[in-house]
Design a protein around this ligand. Structure first.
Ligand SMILES: [Zn+2]
Length: 382
């Protein structure tokens, strides 16, 4: 079994897990003490995936109290061991109810905090959201929401041009990582936001002022600043391959953060659904408004990793880092992964990078099962 760590692939390693932590990553076989778990291949072992931008999936909706628990179980099959349930701009009572119920299942992926996508966003760049729920910065509202949240809000998407540097500093002082998004910021305004402590960009290219050679906009500012963490929706629809490659080429190592931005109808049968006050149509891999505009994605994080290898010409180890270590460091966590002593939140993947087994805290929480009717071929069969 190979081990992906820090963007490098370590061939043929033996990994032991005990008491919830990685206790050995060795090139030679190690004797497992009693109580220890030997993690073995074939395939690749990686730090567990972390989805920092996910609204729901298979009918589970982060905005519906109680659904985060089900979502935390559902995400395991993507190799996700931790996530940020992502709430959207909504009336204060709805937001408060969603935040106060945002708890994971103890047998599921961890809730590492909450991503608030809004409500301090720009009506000029609403994406799929009805902009009437967007609002100007409101300290009292923000305090109420933070107090209501079952898990701390640790990441916030803001249209930073609508906040003063002092307001941005207030949010940072609350321990929030700020991410520029749903923004109409000019190049200069975006740079000012980065100077004021915004370290991240939400779904790069989408819902922000695009690049023009005389008006580089927020996209130009992002491409010009390689040390910002950039969310990327690699579903093959939100960002063209060339644009994804340009983004990756401009990042310093570990600054591409794969996300799904998946919405509750993702993973459901093709058809019409309602979410966030909008009618959404699922068709194949796409979720769209009736206008044809993309409305979040139906992506899974493991599929994003595979597309990163395909589209970005990066090694599997680098692609895996984009879904495991990079999301963690982008929100101020340690990189996690395959270091001795780290918490054993891990995903074992087959050679095609499809998840086979997901461990949370050293416990196998999901395993890909062979359907019962698929018996092994009799020996001697072709
Ligand atoms: Zn979103």
């Amino acid at each position: 079994m190979d081990v992906a760590s820090g963007g490098r692939m370590l061939p043929r390693r033996h990994v032991l897990v005990a008491n919830g932590r990685v206790t050995a990553v060795s090139a030679t076989p190690v004797q497992a003490p009693s109580g220890a778990l030997t993690v073995d291949g074939p395939g690749v072992l990686s730090g567990g995936f972390v989805d920092t931008h996910v609204h729901g999936r298979r009918g589970f909706d982060v905005m519906r109290p109680g659904d985060v628990e089900s979502l935390s179980l559902d995400l395991l099959s993507q190799g996700v061991t931790g996530f940020l349930p992502t709430v959207v701009a909504a009336p204060a009572d709805d937001l408060s109810a969603a935040l106060s119920a945002a708890r994971g299942n103890p047998r599921g992926a961890r809730v590492l905090g909450i991503h608030a996508e809004g409500p301090f966003l720009s009506p000029d760049q609403p994406g799929m959201f009805p902009p009437d729920a967007f609002r100007d910065y409101d300290r009292a509202l923000w305090r109420d929401l933070q107090a209501a949240a079952a898990s701390p809000i640790c990441l916030m998407t803001v249209a930073a041009e609508r906040l003063t540097p002092a307001q941005l500093a207030e949010l940072q002082a609350d321990g929030i990582t700020l991410s520029l998004g749903h923004t109409n910021a000019s190049y200069e305004e975006a740079l000012a936001a980065f100077d004021a402590g915004v370290t991240r960009v939400t779904h790069a290219y989408n819902a922000m002022r695009g690049f023009h050679h005389r008006d580089p906009g927020a996209v130009g500012a992002l491409l010009d600043q390689g040390d910002l963490d950039a969310e990327l929706i690699l579903d093959g629809l939100h960002v063209a391959r060339a644009s994804a490659r340009i983004l990756a080429a401009t990042r310093t190592a570990g600054r591409v953060v794969l996300i799904t931005d998946s919405v509750p109808p993702a993973g459901c049968l093709d058809g019409d659904y309602a979410w966030a006050g909008r009618r959404l149509r699922v068709s194949g891999d796409a979720v769209r408004l009736s206008s044809g505009r993309l409305a979040g994605s139906a992506l899974t994080l493991d599929a994003a990793v595979r597309r990163a290898v395909d589209w970005l010409d990066v090694s599997p180890a680098v692609a895996l880092r984009m879904a495991s270590e990079a999301p963690r460091t982008s929100i101020g966590l340690d990189p996690g992964g395959l270091q001795t002593g780290e918490v054993a939140d891990l995903v074992l993947l087959d050679p095609q990078l499809r998840p086979r087994m997901t461990l949370v805290g050293g416990v196998v929480r999901w395993r890909r099962m062979r359907p019962k009717h698929c018996a092994n071929a009799p020996s001697g069969a072709d």
